[in-house]
Design a protein around this ligand. Structure first.
Ligand code: HSE
Length: 300
């Protein structure tokens, strides 16, 4: 009658794979607790850590909306529960904050109901949470948050998702500066058309990154962590973007780009020690511009 679920932050896009690549990290993450109650209906009992910014109305909060959709789909009309959301991640951070909340919620509900659906089957519901949070039902945060590892969304219609292996010694450094970028805005500023020249570069890098990860070819990973389509436009939303990126590369990161829609930035490195050193150098660059930041290092 009680379930507590944790869902991790995620790095979406991974440089060249806008809306199609994403991986989960160890921390941070959001936690959802749900308690069964006798009366039907879903009630938000509490939200911690959001400074009162998220809607308390279950019909407007992404976590409870996806739960209600799942109940509808399963034609369960007499179920009732109280939900507590522990928002451990800042909003608009580029670390898949809204995705982690929706995933923790839908996962907890599915557990409480006795696992009627598999994780894969829960994915479209979690994607609906993204539509509510930012207007677009992308899967590159909710997918890896729900399923773990490094995920590729090969197609959205129909939804076709698979996981690839990554080298054991591959570490992610995620640096979250204390500024906020609204995902909806960060999508709005993108162009709808891509030149053939840029499409060719990007396809080469997407193919190279997948092969590099699966074959443990760190040089190929490094050469492929290039985004010629989205990063050049979004970089302007992040103060000190170029300086932070250069500092990361100078300390031995394989590559550095924007995490999701930003402002967090991520790198991939060979080995934990390098990943930690890279994080400190990036934090230092933000600090020089008087921007506080948090560092998270995890194996992928
Ligand atoms: N792929 C999405 C984007 C992720 O870059 O807009 C948002 O977190």
């Amino acid at each position: 009658n009680y379930i507590k679920a944790f869902a991790p932050a995620t790095v979406a896009n991974v440089a060249c794979g806008f809306d199609i690549f994403g991986f989960a990290v160890d921390e941070p993450g959001d936690v959802v607790e749900i308690y069964r109650r006798d009366e039907p209906g879903i009630v938000i009992a509490d939200i911690t850590g959001d400074e009162g910014r998220l809607p308390r109305d279950p019909l407007r909060n992404a976590v409870t909306v996806v739960m209600l959709r799942l109940l509808d789909h399963l034609k369960i009309f007499d179920f009732g529960c109280e939900v507590i959301l522990h928002k451990n991640m800042p909003l608009g951070s580029g670390m898949g904050s809204s995705a982690a909340s929706a995933v923790a919620g839908i996962f907890a509900l599915n557990e409480l109901l006795g696992q009627p659906l598999t994780r894969q089957q829960l994915l479209p519901f979690a994607m609906e949470g993204e539509r509510i949070a930012c207007g677009s039902a992308h899967a590159d945060n909710v997918g890896p948050s729900l399923m773990g590892g490094f995920l590729v969304i090969r197609s959205y219609q129909p939804l076709d998702v698979f996981r690839i292996t990554v080298p054991e010694n591959l570490y992610c450094t995620l640096v979250n500066p204390d500024i906020e970028v609204n995902t909806k805005d960060a999508r709005f500023i993108l162009r709808n058309e891509v030149s053939l020249k840029n499409a060719i570069s990007q396809m080469g890098n997407v193919a190279g990154l997948i092969a590099g990860l699966m074959q443990e070819d760190y040089d190929l990973i490094s050469r492929s962590m290039v985004d010629v389509i989205v990063e050049p436009i979004r970089a302007i939303l992040i103060p000190e973007f170029n300086e932070v990126k250069q500092a990361a590369i100078a300390q031995g990161a394989l590559g550095c780009s924007i995490s999701g829609a930003g402002p967090s930035m991520f790198t991939l490195s060979k080995g934990r020690e390098t990943a930690e050193r890279v994080g400190k150098a990036m934090q230092q660059k933000f600090a020089e511009a008087e921007i506080d930041s948090k560092i998270y290092v995890s194996a992928i």
